[in-house]
Design a protein around this ligand. Structure first.
Ligand code: HEC
Length: 154
């Protein structure tokens, strides 16, 4: 028998099965879902703060720092590791295009990083008008990626 045969079988099994168990809390899928949920919470907290008659810029700055921190995560490499995409039984709204058009995805991720940094700079300068504008622009950068690469954003 061909000595290579078992190796071929193992490779086939790896290709067919998702690389990580659905309930593994350290799988790329679980990590990115938690991280995006946290990004969403930070962004909401900024929006809530800006609705106050007197926004506390120190809080806005702290949440903006979080958004900048996340923008530095190697998004496609770790959060979107190969094998962590849509598959039968896997709950994800990440579109397969993330893996087939990585350049476009990376560009949108970088654009988000630019906006998050502007938001942080405006908060650090305690410039409420600049923060309001940067919140809009940052939200638009989130939405641009969700429109292109997230399936449940109809
Ligand atoms: C470059 C692409 C990209 C950018 C930029 C981006 N997202 Fe997302 N986001 C995604 C993808 C893809 C998913 C789906 C992840 C999955 O289900 O596997 C997602 C999921 C989410 C979720 C749902 C998380 C969950 O509980 O499953 C929230 C909330 C979210 N994003 C908020 C934000 C916010 C807020 C911003 C901007 C401050 C943002 N995202 C920027 C691509 C992006």
């Amino acid at each position: 028998m061909n000595r290579r045969f078992p190796l071929v079988l193992v490779s086939l099994a790896l290709l067919a099965a998702p690389a990580f168990a659905e309930d593994d809390p350290m799988s790329p899928l679980a990590i990115r879902k938690r991280s995006f949920a946290d990004m969403g919470a930070a962004f909401k907290a900024i929006n809530d703060q800006m609705k106050q008659p007197r926004p506390v810029m120190m809080l806005v700055k702290a949440y903006a720092q979080q958004l900048v921190r996340y923008s530095k995560e190697p998004a496609p490499g770790v959060w979107f590791a190969p094998g962590s995409g849509p598959a039968p039984g896997v709950k994800t709204s990440a579109k397969t295009e993330i893996w087939s058009r990585p350049d476009e995805f990376n560009k949108l991720w970088a654009a988000y990083g630019v906006q998050a940094n502007k938001l942080l700079a405006a908060a650090a300068a305690r410039d409420a008008d600049a923060v309001s504008q940067a919140v809009k622009d940052t939200g638009a950068s989130c939405a641009a990626c969700h429109r292109a690469f997230r399936s449940d954003d109809k």
